[in-house]
Each structure stands twice: as structure tokens, then as C-alpha cells.
Design a protein around this ligand. Sequence first.
Ligand SMILES: Cc1ncc(COP(=O)(O)O)c(C=O)c1O
Length: 407
Amino acid sequence: MVNSCPRGPVQPQHYNGPVTFAPRDRPAYFDHNATSPPDPRVVEAMVPWLGRAANASAVHAWGQAARDAVERARAEVAELLATEPAQVVLTGSATEANNTVLASCGRLAGHEGRIVVSAVEHPSVLRPAERLAADGMELVTAPCDGAGRVAAEALLAAAGTGTRLVALMLANNEVGTLQPVGRVAEVCRERGVPVLCDAVQAVGRLPVSPAALGVDYLTVSAHKLGGPQGVGALWIRRGAPLEPLLLGGRQERRRRAGTEPVAAVVGFGVAAALARTEGVARRSRCEALRSRLEAGVERLGGRVHAATAPRLPNTTHLAFPGVVAADLLIRLDLAGFAVSNGSACAAGATAPSHVLAAMGLEPREAAGSIRVSLGPGNDETEVDALLAALGRESAALGVRPAVEEVR
Ligand SMILES: Cc1ncc(COP(=O)(O)O)c(C=O)c1O
């Protein structure tokens, strides 16, 4: 079962400290922003390719079949993005796609000029931007408000003459806040400044068209939309320059060297097709489940961050007063619920997340925040079970419900 708890019966002795263990709860996965389990139809389509010789650059029949499969998948990804297949470069991940654009920009600019990034970008944008700064470029970070939203005008004020790239994500992975990418791209286009949009969390959850947004580069990850891990995509506006990051063979029209992982690419294509045909239904389902969850959290005395900002339909970021997220997370894990204390990439780090810090949350408040990210497999029973577990475990950690249960 895709959504069942991977460990089977939980072994409480793996954890330190007193914990409550509630094996009666139905296990449920609520960490789709970290990774979303592949749809069974995706797995089914991939399996034959795992057992086959499949180098899409080879001229023999095996190679041609692989090429055909790769191009069909690329066409599905392109259709999801309402674009042309030739504009889609398959990569090993969105991290690679983001790194490619930043490194390319640095090389093309001779490591001179300015890069503007938002404060809430994913580390796969921030770290390469810092490397460009170490190589001599000026790095400007545009702030966000208390809901994690970057003000377009403030960002644009920094993106004047000499700016070689602006990076603004479409939806934040931690809080889900949507960013004013269209407005920023419109002005940047007039100024001749290229824009990179990391659309990893939005693609498959909202309709995304890079051409309509007006950006120059847009990045996607298969495993956030029900596809496999190990494959992503970089969309490039026609005519936008790109220096490849990986050098070697002539794959991907010389824009990304390396044998295409055919099974993973096929899975990506199926996931993209499903996101296109089932996206609207998934979205309204997620929104309804999230409203149910957030109403329940507030009854329990919890607080929802960025609730009034435009957000992804599947993401909720919440806190219970006085509760350390790591404690709540472990208790929920033992009860069979997967949630996150922020971005998976920052999990395990002791410093507060850079996103919550940019939103102005005090370190104490940031350390108390958890992210629940829903996906197509979740249902009302699971949400109600999570609410019951949140009530029980937050009460064990000293939280009093806002609304006492009527007995
Ligand atoms: C917003 C965002 N960008 C980029 C990435 C990196 O994606 P990948 O796992 O494909 O490298 C993630 C993954 O968490 C993400 O949330």
C-alpha cells in the first residue's frame, strides 16, 4: 500500500524518552512536500523499463524504443506546462536544474554583476547563489512579510542595471505561500533581466505555465507530483542562453549530458499526465481536507501560519503554543503519522529554518512549527485520525484546547 506506514509496527525502543504509542490509529502520510508517494499507475509504467536495456541514444531497436519512451514522457511534461517538448530539458533532480541555471548565469556574466534571490528560496537556489557571491558577484536577498510573501516592488527595486538573474520561487515548500512571479517577470522582461522560477511545489498542484508567467527558466521535480525520485526538468524559454552544468555526451540537445534514466523518465511522464487530467479534482479535495484540518487545529488551541496569504492547496503550517515541534513530531511518528518540522532539507538542523526566520518568527516560535502537506492519497478519515492524535499528543505536552470537547 502506497500510503501505509513504511516501518510496519513501530518499535518505540528506537526512541529515547517517555512516549505514548497509539497503534490503534490508522497510519497516514502527510509529508507530500518532502516527497509524494508514486501513484501506482506510475510504478506500473516504470517496471518494464527497469528490466530492459534502454539507452535512448543507441541506434538499435532497444535504443529506439527507449528514445520513443523518453520523448513521449517529455511531451507529457511539456503538456502539463503548456509548452513545447523542445523547451524541456530532463535533469536528475530539481536541485540539479536550479544549480544549472545559477552556474550558467555566473559563467555567462563572467562572474560580474548582481544576482537577486528571495529570502525564502530553496537551498538548491540559495547555496549556488552564495557560491556566485564567493566568486565575485553581488548577491541581494529580497525580504518577505510575516506570511512568507515577497513584495514584488521591493524585489524589483533591487533588480536594476547590472542584474544578471532574479530567482523567485512560485510556491514555498515550508509554508506554501505563493509568490508574485508574474509581476516580477513582467518588469524584469522590460529590463532584460532573466528570471528563474523554482516551481517544484506548484507544478501538479496548481496550473503552471512558464510562458504565461513570463519567466526565462522554470524548474520541476517529478517526486513532488507523484512521480519517481531522481528525475526533474528544466524549462527554458526559447532563445534564453544556457551553459550546461554537466558536460559529456550530447543528450538533451547538448544541454545536459548523461544517459537518460528511462524508467524514471517514463514515470515522470505518467505522473505529469495524471496531474494534468486529475489536477482539478485533486486540488479541490486537498483544499477541503486542509480546511477540515485547520478548523480542527484551531479548536485544539493551535495556530495556523500564513492562513490568509495565497497558498498552495495542500500545505498547512501550524504551531501549538509552548510545544517544541520535534517532540510533537516524534509522538505523531510513533502513532503512525508522517508530518514535518519544516523543510526536509532543513530537518535535523538545530538552527531555525531560514524561511521562518525571514518571516520574522522568534526562534522559539519557529522551533514549535510543524508542516502538514496533503496529497492525493489522503482522506477525511486520515485527517480526523491526525486531529485526534494532535489533540492527544499536544495535550500530553501541556496544550489546552481552545474549545473543550463536549461529552
Ligand atoms: C521548492 C523546492 N525546490 C527544489 C527542491 C529540490 O528538488 P529535488 O528533490 O528534485 O532535488 C525542493 C525539494 O524539496 C523544493 O521543495
